[in-house]
Design a protein around this ligand. Sequence first.
Ligand SMILES: *Cc1c(COP(=O)(O)O)cnc(C)c1O
Length: 367
Amino acid sequence: MIKFLDLQKINLVYQQEIEDRLLSTFRSGWYLLGNEVSNFENNLKNYIGTPQAIGVANGLDALRLIFRAYIEMGIMKAGDEVLVPSNTYIASMLAISDNGLVPVLVEPEMDTYNIDSSEIESKITSKTKAILLVHLYGRVVFSEALTTIADKYDLKIVEDNAQAIGASWNGLKAGNLGDAAGFSFYPGKNLGALGDAGAVTCKDEELAKTIRAIANYGSNQKYINIYKGLNSRLDEIQAGVLDVKLKYIDAENQYRREIAARYIQEINNDQIIKPEMPADPNEHVWHLFVIRTSDRDKLQKHLLDQGIQTLIHYPIPPHQQAAYAEWNQLSFPKSERIHNEVLSLPISPVMTKEEIALVIQNLNDYN
Ligand SMILES: *Cc1c(COP(=O)(O)O)cnc(C)c1O
C-alpha cells in the first residue's frame, strides 16, 4: 500500500533530535511562552525574512488573529470586505467571516489553481479592505500587478501561507510578500507539528504586538487586559519539534520538487491534466500534487485497487457548503469544475523511487 502521506515515517527521520527536544521540555517544567517558542519564532522570522513572527495555536487562528488585530487597530471594521479565492480550503473564509468581515469570492486560474488577478479589480468596492492570497497546493501567487492594485485601492495583502512554507517569488519567501501571513503547522503540512500549531509573520511591529496581546487574553502585561482576547498560544513542545524540522524544510521541499518533476515528465495519459512546473521552480513547494480528470472517482478507485491512496482537495466548494448558505445560489463555474475533477497523488519527503515509479506506471496504465 502506498499511503497518501506517511506521517510516522516523515517524523521518524528525525527521531533522536525530536525525542531529545520533547524530553528537555518535559523535564524543564516550563510549557508555555518560554525559550522554545521564542527560539522558534526567531528562527522562523530569519527563515522567512520578516522582522516579526508570532507562534499561535493553529493556522486558522493565525489568519483570524491578523484580521482581528486590523479591526482592533481601526484599520478594518465589521462589514468590510476581503477578497479571497473561491476554491480555497474553507479555513481561509472562516478567518474572515469569524471577524464579522465579508469574504468576497474570486475565481481561480485553471492552470495554477490560484486567484485570477485579472478578476480582482471588478470585485473591489468602497468596502474592500484586503486581499487574502492563498498559495494553494504550495504554489506562490504574487505579481507586480497585485501590488499595483493593492496600492491603488489601499488594500492590505494578507497571505494564507498554510501550504507554501519555503516557496519564494523573486527571491522573497512566501510569508514575506504582503503585509502579514498566517502559517499552519498541522501535522500533514510541509512543516508539520505533532498536533495543532501555527504562526503569523508580518512587517509591522504594532501589528505584531497587537496579535501577541489578542492571542494571550488581550493582554501584554499579566492581568492587564486591553482587548477582549483569545487564548491562542503555541505550545513549547510543538515549538521544539518545529524548530528541529525547520532546519530540514528546504531539503524536504527540494525532494518534493524532484517527485513533481518526475510526475510531470513521466505521466503521459491523455485523460489526465497535470499541474505545471513554474518557470522558477522555487515558486512551488508541492504541498499537494493535484491532477484533474473528467471521471475522477473512477480514477481514484482504479488507483486504490492497485494499492495507491489518493485524496481530494477539496470535494465541495465553499460556496456550496451549508455553513455558507448565503452563497449557495451563487455560481463559480471554474471552482465547481476544479472540485469535481481534482485528485491529489501521493507526494512526500519519504516516498521511495519505487513508489514514485509505481504511481506513474498505474496512471499510465489507466484507461
Ligand atoms: C490547513 C489550512 C488552514 C488552517 O490551518 P489549521 O492549522 O488546520 O487551522 C488554512 N488555510 C489553508 C489553505 C490550509 O490548507
